[in-house]
Design a protein around this ligand. Structure first.
Ligand code: SF4
Length: 421
């Protein structure tokens, strides 16, 4: 059941969606849309869309009097898929979902059109929104960029989010400062393709230059974390910060996708496997406590056993410890969907081998963290994460968002344990 007098948010997909859900929550509350359920969809996989439709039917059954408002990338790309569902009151696009007037119109008698979805490729700017907080979260997300100018052959995101556009540095600083004043000790800078930050802004600040300004202008911010990075698009300023700035967390997540050059070429990625290995080596050399993660797709079309082996090997070669593994999911409208497909059982098998290797690397990494001092942020109860994102089980419950100094004594199921019971 939804909490009365407050719009309910159901968020699928990425951190950017989580950030935008908070923006929509405050717009909907201000518009008095207390009788509504907002579904912020994701289009990265068919499975994500199936889950969204399933949630819509379930929530409508449980709350027949509430308005169901669907938005997000899947609603942006295929609005009719939701507009034809009788359970759905409104379908709104990814740009208008962040505008207060969209929600005021829906709150008013007129209620506005059922479908309000623009051509997302025509959107040139990304306005910033001051969110007050993140319900039930230890860390806060701040959007710095939206959209993407690349066209990786497997990816549907640019059709949901449009071309790349950056949030002005000043707005980011204000947002970070506002969240720190709210008590947040850790901020994650997020976007769709954050390393393409800046060329659309006056003075063309790079991603690294923006981060340097944020850290300089908000000295009270204890911890800054970054979302996925393109391995070959890290600028010099960012490398200097990685080397010298203790408030920039020693935890980087690569948008790697594969470890085989032929597969990377067919994905239209900008890097080759040696570029990823070089990036990993440089990051580990600059910060010995560095932890690397990566997104990897298993079973991309035309991937042979030998190509897959190169991807499996790169997990160890780069010491990737936080691996997000996705069996390839063909998306209609993408070039890769037209390529010769790898059978689903093979995709699944390869995904589980990649996960296994990732867990093995994580165990090696966490074993080296035992009996070392860590600053841990409490996520929930007695669970928290250290600077390099190591999972830590604390000896007791603490207030969410609290920062603690911990020296873990042991490791259980790839979680560091504060004290031996
Ligand atoms: S960089 Fe590639 S994978 Fe990432 S959002 Fe853009 S098109 Fe998609």
């Amino acid at each position: 059941m939804t909490k009365d007098n407050l719009p309910e948010l159901v968020t699928f997909g990425c951190r950017l969606n989580s950030y935008e859900s908070e923006v929509m929550r405050s717009h909907a509350e201000k518009a008095g849309l207390t009788d509504s359920i907002i579904i912020n969809t994701c289009a990265v996989t068919k499975e994500a869309e199936r889950q969204a439709r399933q949630s819509i039917r379930k929530l409508h059954r449980e709350n027949p009097d509430k308005k169901i408002i669907v938005t997000g990338c899947s609603a942006q790309i295929t609005p009719d898929m939701y507009a034809t569902m009788e359970e759905v009151s409104h379908v709104i696009g990814n740009d208008v979902k962040l505008e207060s007037k969209t929600w005021l119109n829906m709150g008013s008698e007129g209620q506005g059109p059922k479908v309000l979805v623009n051509d997302i490729m025509s959107v040139k700017e990304t306005a910033s929104h001051l969110v007050e907080g993140f319900e039930g979260r230890a860390r806060a997300f701040v959007q710095v960029q939206n959209g993407c100018d690349h066209r990786c052959t497997f990816c549907i995101i640019p059709y949901g989010r449009g071309n790349s556009r950056s949030v002005p540095v000043g707005d980011i600083v204000n947002q970070v400062r506002a969240l720190v004043e709210q008590g947040y000790k850790e901020i994650v800078l997020t976007g769709v393709d954050v390393t393409s930050y800046g060329p659309d802004l006056p003075g063309e600040p790079s991603f690294g230059q923006m981060i340097r300004r944020v850290l300089a202008l908000v000295p009270e911010l204890p911890r800054l974390r970054l979302s996925s990075l393109d391995p070959v698009e890290i600028d010099d300023d960012l490398w200097h910060l990685i080397a010298d700035e203790p408030r920039l967390m020693p935890h980087l997540h690569m948008s790697l996708q594969a470890g085989d050059d032929m597969v990377l070429k067919r994905m239209k990625r900008r890097h080759l496997r040696q570029d990823a290995i070089n990036m990993a080596k440089r990051a580990h050399d600059l910060r010995p406590d560095m932890a690397l993660g990566a997104d990897i797709i298993a079973g991309f079309p035309t991937e042979t056993d030998a190509m897959f082996q190169n991807t499996l090997n790169i997990i160890e070669e780069c010491a990737l410890v936080y691996c997000h593994i996705f069996p390839y999911s063909e998306r209609e409208g993408t070039p890769a969907a037209k390529m010769p497909q790898v059978p689903h059982p093979v995709r699944k098998e390869r995904a589980s081998l990649l996960r296994e290797e990732g867990e093995k690397q994580l165990k090696i990494f966490l074993t080296n963290q035992i009996k070392k001092e860590h600053k841990v942020i409490v996520e929930k109860g007695s669970f928290g994460r250290s600077e390099n994102f190591s999972p830590v089980r604390l000896s007791q419950d603490y207030e969410q968002g609290k920062l603690l100094t911990v020296i873990p004594q042991s490791l259980e199921n790839n979680v560091l344990i504060e004290s031996v019971s």
